[in-house]
Design a protein around this ligand. Sequence first.
Ligand SMILES: Cc1cc2nc3c(=O)[nH]c(=O)nc-3n(C[C@H](O)[C@H](O)[C@H](O)COP(=O)(O)OP(=O)(O)OC[C@H]3O[C@@H](n4cnc5c(N)ncnc54)[C@H](O)[C@@H]3O)c2cc1C
Length: 479
Amino acid sequence: MTSSAQQRLEAIQKTIAPTSTSQAENPPFPYPVPNSTVSFWRTELHPLDSHRSTPELPESCDVVVIGAGYTGVATVHHLLEGREERDAGRGIVVLEAREACSGATGRNGGHLKPDVYFNIPKYQKMYGPTMATTIAAFESSQIHAVKALVDKEKIDCDFTLTRAVDACLDQAHADKALAEFEALVESGEPSTRDVCCKVGKEAEALSGVKGAKVAFSFTAGHVWPYKMVMHLLQRAVDRGVNLQTNTPVLSISDTASKEGYYTLTTQRGPLLAKKILFATNAYTSSLLPSYTEKIVPVRGICTRITCPPGTTPPYLPNSTSVRYGPGWYDYQIPRLDGSIVVGGARHKFMHDLKEWYNVTDDSRLIEPAVSHFENGLMQNTYSGWENSGAKLDRAWTGIMGYTSDLMPHIGAVPGKANQYICAGFNGHGMPLILLATKGVAKMIREDCSFEETGIPGAFKTTEERLKDKQNAILDSKPQ
Ligand SMILES: Cc1cc2nc3c(=O)[nH]c(=O)nc-3n(C[C@H](O)[C@H](O)[C@H](O)COP(=O)(O)OP(=O)(O)OC[C@H]3O[C@@H](n4cnc5c(N)ncnc54)[C@H](O)[C@@H]3O)c2cc1C
């Protein structure tokens, strides 16, 4: 082990086994911590959760995927697509720092909600109308792509095709959202064809949300993310992919050997790999320092709310985002088991940067948010839920990868031959990852360019983006 890898190992060990909370809050670089809060999705663990395909790491491989979340696993799925050989996965190694699917994917809201209108005006300003349309189309196409995958692979993951409803409570915010939406319709933006917009009493009726001033509904989905990803992972392992959980990568050699191999240093020894995919989302800059401040770990919170047996509050057919004002919202995803997955509450803690910005500690809750969810959120929000007895069943935190310009970083790592990245989903990976990873797998398999993948150009990771000084994450913080 090189001395720099040794130093990182010592630093990580301090982070992994922090002796104080402040050490966990301020790791020397972004790194998954142990003893993470247990999400609802991870209450039924898959046999591969802590799996190691072989007792020792293989010596070398063709492709190493770092990170076994949705991104890493979906990429492997695409790498194997269309390959008939039973052992087509031989030569692919997946290294995961903690348990499989224990990062953001195993701790999110499970909401597949494409952005078909809300941020489109912002993207028009940033990237022009054509790119904004491309991004909206890319997102909305993923709902049916995920459904097709789940149907084809017969994945038992509670996939539900639904409508997402955004309900704005604040009049000024509602007026702005309505005006922007009407301008998009006027301009012929294709993604608005799937949007139903209602105002006043009809907004309350469409959303079920008391006091909604305007409501927008559009096609969306929800899923048990852990079950979906673990199913794909099982298929990959069955086809010879070598999975190594609890194996953090500590460092990677700067250059490849003359045979074309990079050396990855792990706590369990080295691994040589010809191609590397960083599916490390929030934690990317620990291995790729050029992404420091470009992909920032941001902590979020999610909960599950249940009603006591025998109570039958009105059925909520849609998933809902209740928008209190600019950047302030909660989202509710009613599950078919009668429970509701609820997240958001940013307005309760965003003023306190140390709770969320550059934070990798998902072993602790965010107390102001928990109080917000505990204090009758469903009762206060939805008509007919006043006497539902709805109460908090479970709360957990997770770490998202926010990017300084609000776009994911996808493609070839600048200046590093045969290294690829697919990360920085800004808390919004579910309607992006399946088709983004299809493109990345094409790059890895066929050595093709980013432009040949069909991924929106604004997502391409470039030297220019890495040099850019803006920080839209802090700019978007509710005031
Ligand atoms: C509370 C919360 C709620 C969310 N809700 C939604 C939602 O409803 N809808 C939506 O679209 N998105 C949501 N998101 C965001 C979504 O979960 C992410 O965009 C998505 O899961 C990212 O997937 P990923 O595979 O890229 O990252 P992850 O699932 O985080 O996977 C990255 C993996 O890399 C591993 N890793 C990192 N560094 C190393 C290393 N050095 N060595 C080995 N392994 C390493 C990590 O341990 C981790 O398992 C939410 C996120 C959170 C935290």
